[in-house]
Write a protein that binds this ligand. Structure first.
Ligand code: GLU
Length: 470
């Protein structure tokens, strides 16, 4: 017991919340089953091809496929090749952008980087009318963000700083570096060099930027390796406003994360970003190695890895998975507006029976207040007129004990049974008599109900069963 108590204390309330069913996804087992189904469904999609601009990406087994989830409470699930490390490529962009915000603040950073979707390819030679990169989620903006990270330190220290940030974001040491990817990136970097010179010509970089060193640094950041499981924790840290849900380490400030997620929402999926925002409605970032990080703010982070890419450079299965996810759950940013309409999306954040419990509570409260409009509204939809609370008290008990004649009449015609007993064996009539509500008592007597219809003990048990079912 002592050991259990100390574990509970050390868990910072996590175990208590788990036992109470208060974690963000209360029925995590169901989510796992459904994610497995989705994995099997999406696995069949073999369209697309691996990136081929460097041999290291071209050689990756195209069949690789992993999905990992981590909630803001640290509930985790993974399936498939989730422990194979792969280079993050463009997944480094939100991280470097966030680091630049932490170091310089939003004002300074956006003197050098725009925040508009470019509507063009990720490495397109184009800048805004002001001569700035369109946003930090495409190559030009990511190179610019790199130029601002600890600019006066040695390159080795700057790299350590970024790698250490990745370690904190995923809460583990599973952060590596793929040297051959880095060497290949450097050899095939004409476009990134062009972007760098183009921006330098327009005077976009901060003063005293060393362009070649900045590009080296950018290639190194793209060559950092993590696996799908670790990247799901990174995404969960973003979903959790910058606090790693496994270690409770505050890696980024909430404002930094808000800015980062805003730009992931509008610019994170190459020139498919508008379509992605429309159909999926969640912040995400993909990279040419087939990784995709998806953030469900306040709920969970997801990473999907599958190296076959579509024509935009996004993982085919990654995008397919995201579509399935929002078809099943109300995770799209604007789904709350359509819940209750003709949608069969589920909210996995709801507690078990939460919907039924809240309808019963509405019914009981309306009855106790004699609120006829609300009673009509609740009974017209889903409520069961004989639903009871834990004590077996029904709407009719409450309306009768408060002397609400019209409510009692309405409940009776709606099918409320006057012979129900609460856990103490009391009927609505007993309540009416105790409160000296003679009109209500007459109404109930009219129904021929004076005494409990069955022995209190048996009825009470039935009521309790009913209450539980409700
Ligand atoms: N290293 C790649 C490049 O800069 C990153 C591309 C990407 O993942 O979008 O071209």
């Amino acid at each position: 017991m002592e050991q259990f108590a100390s574990i509970c204390e050390a868990s910072g309330g996590l175990i208590a919340r788990a036992l109470r069913g208060d974690l963000v996804i209360p029925d995590f087992g169901r989510l796992e089953r459904e994610l497995r189904e989705t994995y099997d469904l999406v696995r069949g999609d073999t369209r697309g091809a691996t990136a081929d601009y460097i041999p290291q990406l071209k050689r990756v087994d195209p069949e690789k496929f992993g999905i990992a989830v981590c909630t803001i409470d640290g509930q985790r699930f993974s399936i498939g090749d989730t422990n194979d490390p792969f280079c993050v490529q463009s997944l480094c962009k939100p991280v470097n952008y966030s680091l630049s915000l932490e170091e310089h603040g939003v004002e300074v950073v956006h003197r050098h980087i725009g925040r508009e979707p470019s509507g063009r390819g990720f490495n397109e030679l184009s800048l805004t009318a002001d001569g700035l990169p369109h946003n930090p989620m495409i190559n030009s903006g990511a190179i610019m963000a790199c130029s601002m990270l600890r600019a006066h330190d040695e390159l080795a220290d700057r790299f350590d700083y970024v790698a250490e940030t990745w370690r904190r974001l995923c809460g583990s040491d599973r952060v590596g570096f793929n040297n051959s990817v880095y060497l290949s990136e450097r050899r095939t970097a004409d476009r990134n060099f062009s972007l760098g010179y183009f921006m330098r010509e327009r005077g976009a970089f901060p003063e005293r930027t060393d362009l070649l060193e900045t590009l080296e640094f950018y290639f190194q950041c793209c060559s950092i390796e993590l696996d799908t499981e670790a990247l799901a924790v990174v995404a969960a840290t973003l979903a959790n406003a910058g606090i790693n849900p496994l270690t409770n380490d505050r890696v980024f400030n909430p404002n930094t994360v808000r800015h980062c997620l805003s730009l992931m929402s509008s610019c994170g999926m190459y020139d498919y970003s508008g379509e992605f925002a429309f159909t999926i409605g969640l912040p995400a970032k993909s990279g040419v190695s087939g990784g995709l990080m998806l953030v469900v703010p306040g709920v969970m982070g997801v990473c999907v890895w599958s190296p076959r890419l579509d024509s935009h450079g996004n993982s085919v299965r990654g995008v397919a998975f995201c579509k399935e996810l929002v078809n099943r759950y109300n995770f799209h940013a604007f789904d709350s507006l359509t819940m209750g309409e003709d949608t069969d999306k589920r909210d996995p954040r709801r507690k078990k029976n939460e919907a039924e419990i809240s309808v019963t509570m509405r019914l009981l409260y309306a009855a106790s207040q004699g609120d006829l409009d609300e009673l009509r509204a609740v009974l017209a939809t889903e409520a069961e007129p004989n639903a009871a609370d834990y004590d077996g008290r029904t709407a009719l008990h409450l309306a009768a004990s408060e002397g609400h004649v019209a409510a009692v009449r309405y409940l009776l015609v709606s099918g409320a049974r006057p012979d129900v007993t609460d856990r103490w064996g009391g009927t609505p009539l007993t309540d009416a008599l105790r409160g000296e509500h003679t009109e209500v008592a007459d109404l109930l007597r009219c129904k021929g109900i004076g005494q409990p219809a069955k022995s209190p003990t048996k009825r009470t048990k039935e009521r309790k069963d009913h209450a539980l079912q409700s």
